[in-house]
Design a protein around this ligand. Structure first.
Ligand code: TMP
Ligand code: ASP
Length: 252
């Protein structure tokens, strides 16, 4: 496994990706920056990067244990994750169980309504275009993936949802919706990549009824509710205390 942090390959809003001394491995640094509304809102929150790195690592481990392939290899330091190198497909794949966010802005569906079936939406990952929602016809037109790869991506997203929804339920959390990014490694395997954290999910505390108080994700920042790092810490604490992970379970 790689042991050396090489050159910066890519910098996004919340992460930096570095090369390593291994051609098929990268190091991902989770930054303390947080943005919303396509960077119109921006802040720096101490320990946010470390919390998201630790939460993502445990979520990726959980997925792996359930036979869902991810790019995760190990946690190297507080905010640094070693991952397999993948060719990221410029799509944001969103799975929704409960109506919230853009679904309620763009349709008459009331916030908080449980959806009869999980809804999978594909968005084109491009900040300049503000990540537009894609139709099947536009996905055909863009030709980013074949039809069978698109089906494979949708199935993968639904498998992630089944696994995480049940896991979160066990720790009294409701998985409202989430976004994943996926990519192919050098062997052509499709891997769940990027991160899965409260920055990229909506997570509500099932023990709290008040709608604002139960939000444990980035909506606390989007809606100026405060208490974001405490909420992320609560998500991490619940995951660590679940039956799946004991304290002696090393992150590596
Ligand atoms: P949306 O309701 O704003 O479309 O968001 C759906 C889910 O996707 C929600 O869990 C937040 C996540 N998301 C991201 O991770 N990145 C983004 O850029 C956006 C717009 C949403
Ligand atoms: N990820 C996007 C941004 O950083 C949008 C969002 O999460 O609300 O601006």
């Amino acid at each position: 496994m790689a042991s050396f942090q090489g050159p910066l390959l890519y910098e996004g809003k919340a992460k930096k990706v570095f090369g390593t001394d291994h051609p098929e491995e990268c190091l991902v640094l989770f930054k303390n920056d947080i943005t919303a509304f396509n960077s119109k809102k921006h802040a720096h929150l101490e320990s946010k990067g470390s919390l998201n790195c630790q939460i993502s690592a445990l979520v990726f481990k959980l997925l792996e244990r359930n036979g869902i392939p991810t790019h995760f290899l190990a946690v190297r330091e507080d905010s640094l994750m070693l991952v397999q190198k993948v060719e990221i497909i410029p799509l944001e794949i969103v799975v929704r169980n409960v109506a919230s966010g853009s679904l309620c802005k763009e349709t008459p569906i009331k916030a908080g309504s449980k959806l009869a079936h999980p809804l999978v939406d594909f968005y084109y990952k491009d900040d300049d275009l503000a990540d537009p929602l894609l139709t099947d016809a536009r996905l055909d037109l863009l030709d980013l993936v074949t039809l069978s790869q698109r089906m494979e991506i949708k199935n993968l997203a639904l498998r992630v949802n089944n696994c995480l929804k049940d896991f979160f339920q066990e720790i009294d959390l409701l998985l409202v919706d989430f976004k994943i990014e996926v990519g192919f490694n050098k062997n052509g395997e499709l891997l769940v990549s990027d991160e899965i954290s409260p920055d990229s999910c909506r997570i509500w505390d099932l023990n709290i009824e008040n709608q604002e108080d139960r939000i444990l994700d980035k909506d606390r920042f989007r809606k100026d509710l405060g208490g974001l790092t405490d909420s992320y810490l609560e998500v991490l604490r619940r995951i660590q205390s679940s039956n799946q992970f004991s304290l002696k379970d090393s992150l590596n």
